[in-house]
Ligand binder design. Structure first.
Ligand SMILES: [Zn+2]
Length: 115
């Protein structure tokens, strides 16, 4: 049975992890996307580090972000893209805090072993 653990939940979006399925879920805009652990890692890496260059037009969906499976992309405006970076950054920070507490022997009862 799924037990979604919330890593980030604001008006910008939601990231959760299911300890049973070992999948991440990202809800952002009109999309709800599931990722395997490795896929989520690659997705975060791409979003946080890809250089889209400068765009003066903030209302055009010119940021194309590939999703697992090769056939689907997210198309985002600059504003949406910045929002997604905040959502993912916050979720990753939550994971790091859990990891650190686990390493210190402080059980959060919600450790995520992503190795
Ligand atoms: Zn599940």
């Amino acid at each position: 049975m799924c037990s979604q653990r919330i890593l980030h939940n604001t008006s910008r979006g939601l990231v959760s992890f299911c300890d049973e399925c070992r999948k991440f879920q990202l809800c952002f805009g009109t999309c709800a996307i599931q990722f395997e652990v490795g896929e989520f890692r690659c997705f975060c890496e791409f979003v946080q580090h890809h250089d889209f260059g400068y765009s003066a037009e903030v209302n055009i969906k010119d940021k194309r972000i590939p999703l697992p499976g090769d056939f689907t992309n997210l198309l985002l405006t600059t504003t949406e893209y910045e929002s997604l970076k905040i959502v993912l950054g916050s979720a990753l920070a939550s994971l790091q805090i859990e990891q650190m507490l686990g390493d210190m022997g402080i059980s959060t009862n919600r450790e995520t072993d992503l190795s």
